[in-house]
Design a protein around this ligand. Structure first.
Ligand code: DGL
Length: 279
C-alpha cells in the first residue's frame, strides 16, 4: 500500500490541562515506541475539571490550533474533562484523526464487567457531562453506571500524597458510596487517578477491576494509526536524530518538569513555554 511518508513520520499531538496527561503520554511511549509526541500541558489554565463546556471547547480549539503548527498527524485529548466536553465539537472541525480517553475507557469497562454494574470517578465536569455513562449505554444499555466526582484527588496527587493517610481517608469517603452499589468495575476517569491506583486498590479490594483509560487509549491510538496507514515505519534511533518527545506548557515550566520527571521513564530536558491565548 502506498503510504504518505511525510505524514506517517509526523508526531502525535497530545494535550491535557497540565501534567496529568503525561500518564497517557507514558502509555503511548511504552506501547508505540516508534511514535514521536508533541505534548502540550495547559498549566496556565488548569484545572479544567471545574469549568464549563463553552470554556473547555475554546481552550481545546486554541490548543489544536497550536498543535497543528507543530505538524502533527493525529491528536489525542489526554484530558478526561476535555474529552468529555470538547471532543464532539472539535472532531467535526478537523481533517486529521483525533481521539479522546473516554470511549476507550468505556469500552474496556463494558468488556470487563460481569454483573453489569460499573463505577466511574472523575472531575466534577466529567461526571456532570455523563459522557462515560452515555458511551457505556451505547455499547450495552443493560449496564447500570454509578458516577462520583472526586475533586480532591487532583490536588492531593499534585502534592505528591499518593500513599498518604489523608488521601486514603478522602478516597474512602468518595468510594464507599460506590462500593455500596456492588460495582465490579471502576473507571479511573481522570488523568491523575491512575497514580492513586494502589491506594484505590487497597480500599476497593481485589475483586473490582480498575480500568485505566490511559492504557486503553494508547492501544486504540495504535489501532487507529494502523487503520489509517499512519504508523511511523522508522525504528527508534539510538541516540535519536531528532528529539522524539517535545513538551510545551502555557505556564510554570519548571514545576511541570519536576512532576514530569517523576512520571516519565526518562528526564525531560527542554520544556517550552508558549502563550496559548495567541492561538
Ligand atoms: N486532566 C483533568 C482530567 O483528566 C484533571 C485535571 C483538571 O481538572 O484539569 O479530567
Amino acid at each position: 500500500m502506498e503510504t504518505n511518508h511525510m505524514d506517517c513520520r509526523a508526531s502525535i499531538g497530545v494535550f491535557d490541562s497540565g501534567v496529568g496527561g503525561l500518564t497517557v503520554a507514558r502509555e503511548i511511549m511504552r506501547n508505540l515506541p516508534k511514535e514521536h509526541i508533541v505534548y502540550f500541558g495547559d498549566t496556565a489554565r488548569v484545572p479544567y475539571g471545574s469549568k464549563s463546556k463553552v470554556t473547555i471547547v475554546r481552550y481545546a480549539r486554541q490548543i489544536i490550533h497550536f498543535l497543528r503548527t507543530q505538524d502533527v498527524k493525529a491528536i489525542v485529548i489526554a484530558c478526561n474533562t476535555a474529552s468529555a466536553l470538547a471532543l464532539d465539537e472539535v472532531e467535526k472541525e478537523l481533517d486529521i484523526p483525533i481521539i479522546g480517553v473516554i470511549r476507550p475507557g468505556a469500552r474496556v469497562a463494558v468488556s470487563a464487567t460481569r454483573n453489569r454494574r460499573i463505577g466511574v470517578i472523575g472531575t466534577e465536569s466529567t461526571i456532570n457531562s455523563h459522557m462515560y455513562q452515555k458511551l457505556i449505554y451505547e455499547e450495552d444499555p443493560a449496564i447500570t453506571v454509578y458516577e462520583k466526582a472526586c475533586p480532591l484527588f487532583c490536588p492531593l496527587v499534585e502534592e505528591g500524597w499518593l500513599k498518604d493517610s489523608v488521601t486514603k481517608e478522602v478516597a474512602r469517603r468518595y468510594l464507599d458510596e460506590l462500593l455500596e452499589k456492588d460495582i465490579d468495575s471502576l473507571i479511573l476517569g481522570c488523568t491523575h487517578y491512575p497514580l492513586l491506583r494502589s491506594l484505590i486498590r487497597e480500599i476497593v479490594g481485589e475483586k473490582i477491576t480498575l480500568v485505566n483509560p490511559a492504557y486503553e487509549t494508547a492501544k486504540e491510538l495504535g489501532e487507529l494509526l494502523k487503520r489509517e496507514g499512519l504508523e511511523n515505519p522508522d525504528e527508534p534511533a539510538d541516540p535519536p536524530a531528532t528529539e522524539p518527545y517535545r513538551f510545551f506548557v502555557s505556564d510554570m515550566a519548571e514545576k511541570f518538569g519536576h512532576f514530569a520527571n517523576s512520571i516519565l521513564p526518562y528526564d525531560i530536558e527542554t520544556i517550552q513555554k508558549i502563550n496559548i491565548e495567541e492561538y
